[in-house]
Design a protein around this ligand. Structure first.
Ligand code: NAD
Ligand code: KPL
Length: 337
């Protein structure tokens, strides 16, 4: 376990990768198809950059009408605009999948993976790019013979059309094995290497926890105070709640021997708030658009884990309840319409 871990975020306008890219065998011809499950912001981001790097990419979408077609993905970053051609597929097809990047929201990951599991064999590697925790263990239990990786990502992407996206924040992705054999990790990193920064991490759990705490602080607080990320810095009540959320996590993280995830965590969060100051967090966007949030895999995950250990996390509980109530309000309103 490293003495500390640090996830770096960069501002939306920054144009350089904040972490060194794994030295890639760029010259190596990568012919096998990389399947990307979910054509949302992150799915389109990886599809576009991997295609630009010469990889064969197939996007698995829910849209059966487009299945079997090729599609132009429109990628915008600052003033640069690119168009990339990718193949489309639906989950029900028979062709084998050997590398699957799962780019759905956390609450959709289980069903989405199940829908294409008939295309796996023992060699299939699955990379989970979701925020949050909890669903990974369910997937390990369901697919014990697959190799499972997680990607902890600080990239910022925003879908602007069915196959169009803006790369709003250049970040990095930390890849780590959570189940199965490590034998192929170099090959997986090579296949995923493109202009998006990727770094393999042996001790990924500490990174997962650090990102979890960042999201458990910024996401629900931006909903509660209805503000952009940057406004949390100037709000004394938000700062007090931030500290309480961090302190409540400490015994939980300590119990797992993952103290490195807590190293300078207050400063790390302040830095993310500063660098993503003009962002509206994904949870605030979800609530504003009356969509499902990922709260079950963020503060609610912390609360459930704390309960099993007999630890109290009242601020996480309060925010989890608050977000769930907001969801319930619009869900019941939408059901009546
Ligand atoms: P999104 O809602 O834009 O995309 C998810 C996509 O998955 C949608 O297009 C949805 O239709 C599709 N999907 C769901 N179930 C499916 C199924 N069964 N078959 C095929 N497609 C299916 O979400 P996003 O912003 O791309 O985020 C994805 C994950 O990445 C989330 O966990 C998020 O927290 C995380 N993340 C996002 C960003 C970002 O900048 N957008 C950054 C870091 C991490
Ligand atoms: O990951 C994010 C999110 O919005 O989900 C943060 C880091 C809070 C940036 O907005």
């Amino acid at each position: 376990m490293p003495p500390s871990c640090q996830i770096s975020f960069s501002s939306q306008s920054q144009s350089h990768a904040c972490l060194k890219v794994i030295p890639l065998m760029a010259a190596m011809k990568q012919t096998a198809t990389i399947h990307i499950l979910g054509a949302g912001s992150i799915g389109l981001l990886w599809a576009a950059y991997l295609s630009l790097a010469g990889r064969q990419v197939t996007l698995i979408t829910r849209d059966i009408h487009k299945s079997g077609h090729r599609q132009t993905v429109f990628l915008e970053k600052g003033s640069s605009k690119k168009q990339v051609d990718v193949a489309l597929n639906t989950a029900d097809k028979a062709s084998h999948i050997d590398l699957l990047l799962v780019c759905t929201k956390a609450f959709d990951a289980f069903d989405a993976i199940a829908s294409c599991a008939h295309r796996f064999n023992q060699e299939t590697a699955i990379v989970l790019l979701q925020n949050g925790m909890g669903f990974q263990q369910t997937l390990i239990d369901k697919y014990p013979s697959q190799t499972l990786y997680v990607g902890i990502s600080t990239e910022g992407a925003l879908k602007t059309g069915a196959f169009a996206l803006k790369h709003t924040g250049q970040g990095a992705t930390f890849l780590g094995l959570i189940h199965g054999s490590k034998n192929n990790h170099k090959k997986i990193c090579e296949r995923l290497s493109c202009a998006l920064s990727l770094q393999y991490q042996d001790q990924i759990t500490a990174f997962q926890w650090q990102k979890l705490i960042i999201n458990c602080v910024i996401n629900p607080l931006t909903v509660y105070f209805d503000c952009q990320n940057g406004a949390l810095a100037d709000n004394p009540a938000a700062q007090l709640m931030k500290q309480a959320l961090i302190d409540e996590c400490r015994p939980l993280i300590h119990a797992q021997g993952l103290d490195s995830a807590l190293h300078n965590i207050g400063e790390v969060i302040d830095d993310v708030i500063k660098k993503t100051a003009n962002n509206s967090s994904s949870m605030r966007e979800d609530v504003q658009q009356q969509k499902n949030t990922e709260i079950a895999f963020l503060n609610d995950y912390i609360v459930n884990l704390a309960n099993t250990l007999g630890i109290a996390c009242p601020t996480h509980q309060f925010l989890a309840n608050y977000i769930q109530q907001r969801e319930a309000q619009y869900e019941s309103k939408n059901q009546h319409h």
